[in-house]
Design a protein around this ligand. Sequence first.
Ligand code: MN
Length: 279
Amino acid sequence: MSASRRDIGDGRAASRSASTNAKPRPKSSARAPARGSSNRSNAARVPHLPDLSQYGRLAEYRAKRRFDVTPEPPPAMPGSRGARPLAFVVQKHRAGHLHYDFRLEHEGVMLSWAVPKGPAPDPSVKRLAMQTEPHPLDYNLFEGVIPEGEYGGGTVMIWDRGTWKPESDDVDRALARGDLKFRLHGKKLRGSWVLVRTRDRTWLLIKHRDEFASTEDLTVTKPLSVVSRRTLAGIARAAGASARQLEQAAGADPPRPARGAATAAEPAPSRLARAARPR
Ligand code: MN
């Protein structure tokens, strides 16, 4: 992978241009010189680069799944994204182990990291983030149950979502260097963060110090889906999960405050008070 990283600067410029217009660009030869310190292979690379790279980056995602069995979306060719801001999503996923899948949109796919303990807004806390295969953009809408025995089998919740902005000026270079700074505009996660690679696929997700830094444990104080307000158990139940999956999902929800209804979908009114309590 690192051998090809050298070319990513040019590749990114090419696909960014392409992303404003999904059709082939007839004037590419006229624009190439303006871009180019190294115009040596641009002509050969530009016409086919966007399509092949999209297939390639979702090949691992595709290979791991049976789309006639799992409700997860199959890979789709992304269309033009125009001026839409970049998406981010965090999916709480009780598979073999509980983790939070942290995904950032980049060049038509969702770059993905599995964060076992979930993101922490406390700048003194470094959260392990294992890089996983890029996912399709459609995956951002997935909340439900992956069947027993399938890859990642278990319950998935859309725990947070919103938009993100790189703070590193060249995302590909930052990823290659293993140091990506960015801002999140989500419902739960906000402000400036960094992903730092320690080795191979192992990264750390760390909050920067800013007005959104806090010692609140968001996985406990804000445990519900941002799209359906359901608990993980509620999602599992609605999707007809197996008894074992339902039990695992319920075990991954934080303990409920002492109050009646087991099926209430609204957060407890005392949530803010509990959040403010020192821990
Ligand atoms: Mn996962």
